[in-house]
Write a protein that binds this ligand. Structure first.
Ligand code: 1GP
Length: 233
């Protein structure tokens, strides 16, 4: 937990996507607090290992968000394990996790594991499709999930995942107001410093993903925007 407690900005790199060395250097030296490696499709052991070894040239914390058990590579600073609370079946809440522990439990460095309570809200995203997430939720539904993660399950991270689309800042503010101890991650549609600044008022940690591959200049500008923004709680 100590690792993440001051993280305000994180870049999420997808091992299945191509990034040139020069761009990777800009990301790792941008002033962001960490690089998270993760994706929802075509993540393999090989492309994860390749990305990790390239990121390791830089002095930046690097964590893996585990989506596939056969793509778990040793050597990351921490392993983020999502429990998709609004998944359409128990597979992405518990079953895949139980299977992974059954097969590889003896190898898991438990002190480096950080569990995330995930709520997926963009029904068109790959993550929503893979997990068959029920995305037609009301704000009250989402707040109840946030409490479930934070107070019932005592998870260290609650992650509001709008992957590929920009969420509703009022919802983000509302969710923040209900969390007591977990860290609040927001990800989705952070494509400009303005958006980064807006969500950084309410979320503890802002995750920027796609923009890295679409507009490097805007991606880099989100770091400063988040760092300059004071959280309003
Ligand atoms: C995806 O939350 C991250 O898992 C970031 O979303 O790609 O839309 O920035 P974007």
């Amino acid at each position: 937990m100590y690792l993440i407690e001051n993280w305000r900005h994180v870049f999420k790199l997808d091992p299945a996507k191509l990034i040139m060395d020069g761009d990777l250097e800009k990301i790792c030296e941008s002033g962001t607090d960490a690089v998270m490696v993760g994706g929802s499709s075509d993540v393999t052991y090989e492309n994860t290992l390749d990305l990790l070894s390239r990121i390791r040239r830089y002095a930046i914390p690097c964590v893996l968000e585990v989506s596939q058990i056969d793509a778990v590579v040793p050597g990351f600073d921490a392993y983020f394990i999502p429990l998709v609370l609004n998944a359409g079946s128990t597979r992405w809440m518990l079953d895949a996790h139980q299977e992974g522990i059954k097969a590889f439990g003896h190898l898991i460095p438990w002190e480096d594991v950080i569990t995330e309570g995930y709520v997926v809200l963009n029904g068109n995203s790959t993550v929503a499709k893979v997990t068959e997430s029920r995305t037609d939720l009301s704000l009250d539904d989402v707040k109840a999930y946030a409490q479930l993660a934070d107070q019932l399950l005592k998870l260290p991270v609650f992650y509001l995942e709008y992957s590929g689309t920009y969420g509703d800042p009022d919802w983000v503010r509302s969710v923040k107001s209900i969390l007591q101890s977990g860290r609040f991650f927001y990800g989705g549609g952070i494509t400009s410093p303005e958006r980064a600044r807006e969500m950084a008022q309410w979320a503890d940690t802002i995750v920027a993903g796609n923009i890295i591959y679409e507009n490097m200049e805007e991606a880099l500008a989100t770091v400063q925007a988040v760092k300059e923004t004071k959280i309003s709680f």
